[in-house]
Design a protein around this ligand. Structure first.
Ligand code: NAD
Length: 496
């Protein structure tokens, strides 16, 4: 049984806390490791390392910083299959999906390799007579990243490549459910030549998070997780003067208009509803069938969903297990609640026959029709392979349903009507919108983030927002002495 520890100052760090928690392989139900949970003192050691490493990393030239980033990119690309295997072993998602998450993280590394261009400020010559004004972007200092279980590599990589490229140092606190990917990435940074202390990993739970939120050495926090914790992190972090971006939960609707290609829409609903067993913040969890297409659409989705092979992610499966037994049981409980509240269970994942070990945390694809917005399967984020179909009469009904929902992470519309699509992109109150695209995760050079209860703070992840989040600007007004002195003038500076 392996012990999974912290990573501080370029090496493994055991800490002094004796608290631990088990890490399981969701496909077998077996405990695969014992995770060391930091106490506040252990977390402080990691913060101190990040504080100590900051001055010289901040002053490292852009050439030097990008050399390390390019090397990290090459190593990650060469060895991404190793990382994918670690993700599958602790998260459960199928190997090709794990590889997909690494690839999307790699895109952010590639974006961050262009940091010299992204950090360029402005320069104005002769703003006033012989006075120049210019702006620079500087790093914040040590920053904390607190990540969820569902993307143990990609979500941290939404943030740390940009943070490090911009000259900050990092303390990453991964999810306690799948903590090993973060350590693998930490070792890779060391191999890539990143100076010790620039990237640290502290393993733990709320105790570690609270220390990162309160410690004055941490200047900014990027959090991703469920909405209640995101709200808490935002409030506590900003209360101690930190810059915080806290990305929360989701309930993503996919609207299908009567003129849509139903085959395309059904494929999309199945891919986006059941990929990664629905444990994606951009998963589609609600299909909104508009008008008289509902029966045909449900039949098309059901026909496709019934062919999904649920099983061990290292085998030829389409969909893996859920992350823990407790989560599996919670999701199964939602199916039972939906059934008793009057939804029609078209496809029941509780009776799945998986290709995997008996003790795995299995739940097959589930399709619920005639879901009413008052039911808990609609109101709550389920985060499992459960697709709810809500039937509405008109486009306006569909739009109102989405805009009344407290979450605003992602949404999609399926239609062949450009005018309807254009109205939707304009009117819907959601941060990321797909048009005939079910999971509209923006490329690294755009920014990722939701609206409403799906994000607390002002900045989205990566892209320009990411660069702005991890830097602060300074505007400098300069006059170099020349023979003409202006004399005393107590008035407010004005240009001349
Ligand atoms: P979670 O909120 O349980 O945990 C997220 C992080 O917070 C973990 O590192 C965890 O250790 C820590 N944490 C948990 N309880 C805490 C507490 N009481 N105080 C302080 N820290 C605490 O989320 P999860 O179950 O790991 O991940 C799934 C959730 O993340 C879903 O709600 C999903 O929608 C969301 N998510 C959102 C996005 C997005 O971009 N908006 C992306 C991925 C996941």
């Amino acid at each position: 049984m392996q012990t999974i520890a912290h990573w501080v100052d370029g090496k493994s760090f055991a800490g002094t806390s004796e608290a631990t928690s088990p890490v399981t392989n969701p496909a077998t139900g077996q405990v695969s490791g014992t995770l060391t949970l930091a106490d506040a003192a252990d977390a402080r050691v990691a913060v101190d390392a990040a504080v100590a490493a900051f001055p010289s990393w901040r002053d490292a030239s852009l050439t030097r910083r990008t050399q390390v980033l390019f090397r990290f990119r090459e190593l990650l690309n060469e060895r991404k299959h190793e990382l994918a295997a670690i993700i599958t072993a602790e998260h459960g998602k199928v190997l090709p999906d794990a590889l997909g998450e690494v690839t999307r993280g790699l895109e952010v590394v590639e974006f961050a390799c262009g940091i010299p261009h992204l950090l360029k400020g402005g320069f104005t010559e002769n703003a006033s007579t012989r006075v120049d004004v210019f702006s620079v972007r500087q790093p914040l200092g040590p920053v904390a990243i607190i990540s969820p279980f569902n993307f143990p590599a990609m979500v941290p990589m939404w943030f740390f490549p940009v943070a490090i490229a911009a000259g900050n140092t990092v303390v990453l606190k991964p999810s306690e459910k799948d903590p090993s990917a973060a350590l693998w990435l930490a070792r890779l940074w060391t191999e890539a030549g990143l100076p010790d202390g620039v990237f640290n990993v502290v393993q733990g739970d709320k105790v570690a998070v609270d220390e990162l939120l309160d410690n004055p050495g941490i200047r900014a926090v990027s959090f991703v997780g469920s909405t209640p914790i995101a709200r808490y992190v935002y409030q506590r972090g900003t209360a101690t003067g930190k810059r915080v971006q806290a990305l929360g939960g989701a309930k993503n609707h996919m609207v299908v208009l009567p003129d849509a290609d139903l085959g395309l829409a059904a494929d999309a609903a199945v891919n986006a509803g059941f990929g990664s067993a629905g444990e994606r913040c951009m998963a589609i969890s609600v299909v909104v069938a508009v008008g008289n297409i509902a029966d045909d659409l449900v039949a098309a989705i059901n026909q496709r969903a019934a062919t999904i092979k649920t099983g061990d992610g290292t085998r030829e499966s389409d969909m893996g297990p859920l992350v823990t037994r407790a989560h599996r049981d919670k999701v199964a409980g939602y199916i039972a609640a939906g059934e008793s509240e009057g939804a029609t269970v078209v496809l029941d994942g509780r009776s799945v026959q998986p290709d995997g070990a008996q003790d795995g945390f299995w739940l097959g694809p589930t399709l619920l029709d005639h879901v009413d917005p008052s039911m808990s399967v609609y109101t709550d984020e389920i985060f499992g392979p459960v697709l709810a179909v809500v039937r509405v009469e008109t486009y306006d009904d569909a739009l109102a349903l989405i805009n009344d929902n407290p979450y605003g992470n992602g949404t999609a519309i399926f239609t062949n009507d450009g005018g309807a699509a254009r109205r939707f992109q304009n009117e819907v109150e959601v941060g990321m919108v797909g048009i005939n695209v079910p999971i509209p995760v923006p490329m690294a050079y755009y920014s990722f983030g939701g609206w409403k209860a799906s994000l607390f703070g002002d900045s989205h992840a990566h892209g320009t927002d990411g660069v702005h989040f991890f830097t602060r600007t300074k505007a400098i007004t300069a006059r170099w002495l020349d023979p003409s002195h202006g004399g005393l003038n107590l008035g407010f500076p004005q240009n001349s």
